[in-house]
Design a protein. Sequence first.
Length: 255
Amino acid sequence: MTSQLDVTSLSAGYLNKPVLQDISLKIPSGQVVSLIGPNGAGKSTFLLALMGLVRNQGSVVFEGSEISSLPVQDRVRLGLSLVSEKRDLFSTMSVEDNLILGAYARNRAGRNQSLEEVFSIFPRLKERRWQEAATLSGGERQMLAMGRALMAKPKVLLLDEPSLGLAPMIVREIFVIIRKLQQAGISILLVEQNARAALEVASWGYVLELGNIALQGPASELANNPRVLAAYLGHKSGATSKGVEKGCQAEIAGQ
């Protein structure tokens, strides 16, 4: 299977503090890859490094071209987009204006086309298109952050903790959308606190611990790995994520 993003021996950190050491990871074209691990393992730092927002060393190859030296805006133009766990919305701007900012590198026709596509994925955003972002619920803010990233027409979408702080019903909706984006051909690297749901929606998984890849393999195998089960897949998490997965299957089947 062709790798759309190929990371080799990537190390990154802040000032003189190393966070990641010698990370290698592949994202196959049109697949969801999940990256799980404990808080502080360096998952968010890894996503920032892929976007060129954190000083790093190593190789990042996107669709066959080395992009390690490119600034963030050029990586976005090529088709790499990040949805940060902080969501980074402009609170006093309208939903539509936040979305349009995500398509800053595209012409007006392209922006308008993407806007309608995003509204078809997130009908709630269309209903609230003139509201200020600050007035949205947590789930709607997550949808807006994802929608803004989609405005750039990404080929690879980096999602950092998309379910963080959301009610179970909204989490299920977000995972349904992730599945639909993958089915539409967008490759996704998913960093997610709900490890079981993250592995169930993915084809391949990585476990990041203390700045290193500790385990990797088919997501279905990782989900049954005794070490992963003991560390990340407790009964409570499993019950919640099984509901998420059943909801995904039911809603997608009904399309």
